[in-house]
Design a protein around this ligand. Structure first.
Ligand SMILES: [Fe+2]
Length: 321
């Protein structure tokens, strides 16, 4: 199945009070290296992590002070409403990425899906992604709008995206991105962070224990400290800072209420996959007790492969990187 989204909506001059964003960044330091499902089982003491730091500002159980600036941002909400022609936009997540000195791109990807009744809290991420690419669970897919906002213009750090589908050439948002946002469907549209400067020292790598925080030495600079040593320091404006915003999208409040009880159980997932596998003449079946078994996950995703977008730049997480 090829998913294809409309091009995202570009907003300019999104945030009036940029000092408030600096305050948010400072209050919520330190930041830790990107972990998660791209890098399972990383050795906590090996210098394997690029300078790609992340922190949550809003999720189901959290809303840090001042995050309303993004969470309830009227421009983002209005753009999402326009993009989807939807009556109900329910923002639920805000998180921030800070990056520097990464000579390769991030992974070209679509964002991880959620389904009513099934998300990463109760279902392996690999299975959720295969559910998406199978097209068998569209009825339960929770449509999510995404906004990406950029704080500053840095060396490199462009945003590469595939608004015409993964088999058509990508477009780029680069060069004049400070205080702009792109609002659209990052769950349906492939996208990728291009290499991030400064480029004069290769890709720096630190351990998963590293932290990014403002220095307290009066310099105004931020520093990456890893196991007691400063590995990189620079003014905040040299870091590629982006703030991600996500909202659930429903045609109307009434429709949102109507759908709330229509949820997927794990047994439903197994049954729907098994029926489809049988219909396709595949011998493979799901084992409800071993849904995160790597070999079976690979076999299942081979039946329902993800698209690979054309003209992606090499990723920092490619095995040869
Ligand atoms: Fe993404």
């Amino acid at each position: 199945m090829i998913r294809q989204a409309d091009p995202p909506i570009l907003l300019r001059d999104v945030i009036d009070d940029l000092d408030a964003v600096v305050g948010l960044l400072e209050r919520n330091a330190p930041y830790t290296p990107l972990g998660g499902w791209y890098r399972p089982g990383a050795d906590p003491d090996a210098a394997t992590s690029p300078l790609w730091f992340q922190n949550d500002w809003v999720h189901a159980d959290l809303e840090v002070e001042g995050a309303a600036l993004f969470l309830h941002n009227e421009r983002m909400i209005e753009a999402a409403r326009r993009y989807y022609g939807a009556g109900s936009i329910a923002p639920h997540s805000v998180y921030v990425n800070q990056m520097a000195a990464i000579e390769r791109g991030g992974p070209a990807h679509t964002d991880n899906p959620r389904f009513r009744g099934r998300d990463r809290s109760n279902t392996p991420m690999g299975l959720l992604r295969t559910m998406l690419w199978s097209g068998l669970f569209e009825r339960w897919n929770i449509v999510q709008a995404t906004s990406i906002w950029w704080m500053n213009d840095v060396e490199g750090g462009g945003f590469r995206y595939w608004p015409d589908g993964p088999d058509k050439p990508p477009q780029r948002h680069v060069g004049d991105v400070a205080n702009t946002a792109l609002v659209g469907d990052n769950h349906g549209m492939f996208h990728q962070v291009e290499p991030v400067g400064p480029f004069d020292r290769g890709t720096l790598r630190v351990s998963p224990r590293a932290e990014l925080a403002p220095l307290a030495d009066g310099s105004g600079e931020w520093a990456v400290t890893d196991r007691g040593a400063v590995r990189f320091r620079a003014p905040l404006e040299r870091f590629r800072v982006s703030v991600l915003w996500k909202a659930d999208v429903y045609p109307s409040e009434a429709e949102k209420r109507r759908l709330a009880d229509d949820t997927l159980s794990l047994a439903d997932v197994v049954r729907i996959f098994d029926d489809d596998l049988a219909r396709r003449g595949e011998a493979l079946r799901l084992d409800p007790d071993r849904l995160d078994d790597p070999e079976r996950s690979l076999a299942l995703s081979a039946v329902y492969p993800e698209a690979r977008p054309v003209d992606a730049v090499p990723s920092i997480f490619d095995p040869e990187a």
